[in-house]
Design a protein around this ligand. Structure first.
Ligand SMILES: [Zn+2]
Ligand SMILES: [Zn+2]
Length: 123
C-alpha cells in the first residue's frame, strides 16, 4: 500500500527549493566538495555546493554557502552582422533564451549602458 506523501510545503518558499540537482565535475572553490547544478522554479540556473542543506528545524541552511548564479553564455558564430559586418555571437541567457547578437556589442559597467553595434536577433 502506498503511503501518502508527508512532505509539507514548507520548503517551497525558500530559495533553496529547486526543481533539479545535477552533480557537476567541478569542485567548490570554498571547500572542495562537488558542486551541483540547480534550477529554480523561475528557470534560473545556479551552481551551489553539495554540502549546503536546508535545515527545517532551525530554518537556516547549513554547510558551505557557496553559490554561483549562471550567467548567459556566448559562442562565436561564423555569421556576419548585417548591420556592421562584424562577427555575430550566439548568446544563451541563464533562463535558456537564445539570441544572436553582434560581437562588438558589450556592456559598459561604468556607464551602465551597452556599447557597440546594437544588432540583436531573438531566436
Ligand atoms: Zn563548498
Ligand atoms: Zn554589428
Amino acid at each position: 500500500m502506498m503511503k501518502g506523501s508527508t512532505k509539507s510545503e514548507e520548503q517551497s518558499d525558500t530559495m533553496i527549493a529547486m526543481e533539479e540537482n545535477t552533480t557537476l565535475d567541478e569542485k567548490c572553490p570554498k571547500c572542495g566538495n562537488p558542486l551541483v547544478m540547480a534550477t529554480t522554479r523561475t528557470g534560473r540556473r545556479l551552481k551551489r555546493c553539495s554540502t549546503n542543506v536546508w535545515d527545517k528545524e532551525t530554518r537556516t541552511s547549513s554547510g558551505c554557502d557557496y553559490i554561483e548564479w549562471m550567467k548567459g553564455t556566448t559562442e562565436e558564430l561564423e555569421e556576419d552582422c548585417p548591420k556592421c559586418g562584424s562577427k555575430l555571437v550566439m548568446y544563451t541567457s541563464a533562463a535558456g533564451k537564445k539570441m544572436k547578437k553582434c560581437s562588438t556589442n558589450v556592456w559598459n559597467k561604468e556607464t551602465r549602458s551597452a556599447e557597440g553595434c546594437d544588432y540583436v536577433q531573438w531566436l
